[in-house]
Each structure stands twice: as C-alpha cells, then as structure tokens.
Design a protein around this ligand. Structure first.
Ligand SMILES: [Zn+2]
Length: 338
C-alpha cells in the first residue's frame, strides 16, 4: 500500500507503507473513498513543528469497514463509518461529559492519507451511517471527521445563540465552517475576517453578513465600529497565533465568549488584560465524536453541505501538490482520492 509520509519541511512523499492490520482486538480497518489535507498538517509541513522521523500523515477519514478485531461489538463489515482524529472509548468520565478528545484512552489516528486505515477503539470512535452514502455526499461526510466538527465546537464554545453577533477569526476551512455552524445555531450577524476573495465568497454563502479585511488592532477597531462600539457576543478563534488570539479576545464584548480551536503556536496570554477583558475562554481539540450523530443527520438531510470547503480534488498520488496548494493558499482544502 502507498500512503503520504512527511520527511521534513516541504517534503511529503507518496511511498510504500505497511498495509494496516488489526493490532488490538478493539481495532477496525477501514477503506477510504476519500481523504484530505488538514490545516494543522501545514504546521509540521512548514517546519514550524519539527518531525523527528518519517511520519505517516492524515487524520481525517470516513469509509467502509473492511475488518474488525474480535473485541469490536457494534460494527460490522460493509458499514460506512466516520470517526474523529482522536480515537476514544466513549465510556470514560471525560467521554461521558462530551470531551472525547480528552478521553482517558485517547489515541491519535494517523496515516489516513492512504487507501486503508487502522482505527483504534473502534466501538467508541466510529459512528456508522444508516446507509452507505451516495458519492456526492462523501466530501461533506469526510468534513465531519475534523473541520466541520471543529467549527461546530468553536461556535458552541463561543456560546453562539439565536440572534447573537459573531466574529470568526480565520478564513481557513475551520473558520469557514465556523461561519456555517454559527448560522445553523441562529446567529443574526456573522462577521468573517478575511482578505481572500474566494474565501469571502464562501463565507457569505455559509452565512456571513459582513466581511472585515483588516487584521490585528485595526481589525478589532473595525469590529467595534460594526457593533456600535460594543464588541461581539461570540468570537471563534480558528488560527492559533498570538495576533489572532488577541484579536479574538479584544473583539469580544465584556461577558462574551471566545471559542478557540486554532492549535496555539507561540501564544502567551498576559494575566491583567485577560482579567480586565471579562471574556469567557473555552476551546481545545474539538470533541468531534460528540457531534458526529447530529452532523451526520444534517448532512443526510441536505441541511448543511460542509464539503464545499474542498476546492481542490486530486488523486492521492499527487498528495505533495495538495500540500503545496494549501501552503501557498491556492486551495482552501484538498480532497484526495485513493
Ligand atoms: Zn474516554
């Protein structure tokens, strides 16, 4: 089997890898009709997060169950399943509180940029759809594995309410799906921060009412102008830099909430400004597993179409180009077909 392997900065190769096999009795092996490149894959790709050895890449997946270990009870061959980028038992206290990415047995799922994938803790991790979906739904179901669930968590963590005013910092796939999530949750005004035309168009399609192109303190100033000097009820931080985090906090009204899902790189918060901001902060790796049943229903009903964030489709053997296009911001998100 061939799959994507990262060797160092800007060096992704499509090469022979061992085919996944059942290791633990709780594992499942699934075959993937589609997989994709994540914005978070770009951190190690850009060398910002060093990789020590050759690393199999990819953590977003959906597909057909090919094989299950003898300890798997709820899944069988031939079912179509979706899981999160972290495997979880879905039974421990953290899982039962809905924080499956903090599962006491959480295990990262890696190596999904390949035709087949081993998923640990299959019973807890994978959610089966009622039917095997049509091909045209695959992209939207794949998006649930990470980006859509992460956008949804950002909106929920930011306490988006019907009639509320929302700011979304970050115009990557997660930010755009944060816009879609806020719209679904009934936000009245959604201000998307973006200076990229194609992304602005998609943000508007997903429900953004205003676009702000300024960044940093200028961006904050613009949000204040748009909200009568008050700031937003809810701000979704979907980048993970010092500038984006501070922009999020300063755009929030006193008593409002920031939902932060951008993996922080070099972010340090000073106590005093935070203290006087009166802002709620909640975030982290999205517990995508919690939302899968609900989001699967929304996709099957045609209510949401998060697969629209994929604006580049490539055969899996061109995975290196998929990374380059996202790195150079020529693509929002790359879908790969094994
Ligand atoms: Zn757990």
């Amino acid at each position: 089997m061939h799959g994507a392997v990262l060797y160092g900065a800007h060096d992704v190769r499509f090469e022979e890898r061992p085919a996944p096999a059942i290791v633990e009795p709780t594992d499942a092996i699934i075959s993937l009709p589609a997989t994709c490149v994540c914005g978070s894959d770009l951190w190690p790709y850009r060398g910002i997060q060093a990789v020590s050895t050759a690393v199999p890449m990819g953590h977003e997946y959906c597909g057909i169950v090919e094989e299950v270990g003898r300890g798997v009870t709820s899944l069988k061959r031939g079912q179509f399943v979706i899981g999160s980028f972290f495997a979880s038992d879905n039974t421990c206290p953290h899982c039962r509180y809905g924080y499956q990415t903090s599962c006491q047995h959480a295990t990262p799922v890696i190596g999904a940029q390949a035709p087949r994938l081993r998923v640990p803790l299959a019973d807890g991790t994978l959610v089966a759809t009622r039917d095997v979906p049509d091909t045209d739904r695959i992209a939207s179901l794949l998006a649930l594995s990470d980006v859509m669930g992460t956008g949804w968590f950002a909106a929920e963590a930011a306490n988006v309410k019907p009639g509320g005013t929302v700011v979304v910092v970050g115009d990557g796939a997660v930010g755009l799906l944060g816009v879609l999530s806020a719209k679904q949750m009934g936000a009245e005004r959604i201000i998307a921060m973006s200076r990229h035309e194609a992304r602005q168009t998609l943000a508007r399609e997903f429900g953004a009412t205003d676009i702000v192109t300024e960044r940093g303190d200028e961006g904050v100033e613009r949000v204040k102008q748009l909200t009568g000097g008050v700031g937003a009820d809810s701000v979704l931080e979907c980048v993970g830099t010092q500038e984006s985090m501070m922009q999020a906090i300063k755009s929030t009204r006193p008593g409002g909430s920031v939902g932060y899902v951008g993996v922080p790189h070099g972010v340090a918060l000073e106590g005093q400004p935070l203290f006087f901001s009166h802002v709620h902060l909640h975030g982290g790796p999205a517990p995508v597993r919690r939302y899968l049943p609900q989001l699967i229903d929304l996709v099957f009903a045609g209510t949401i179409n998060p697969g629209k964030v994929f604006d580049l489709m490539l055969p899996l053997d061109q995975v290196a180009e998929g990374y380059r296009a996202m790195d150079e911001r020529r693509a929002i998100k790359t879908l790969l077909r094994p």
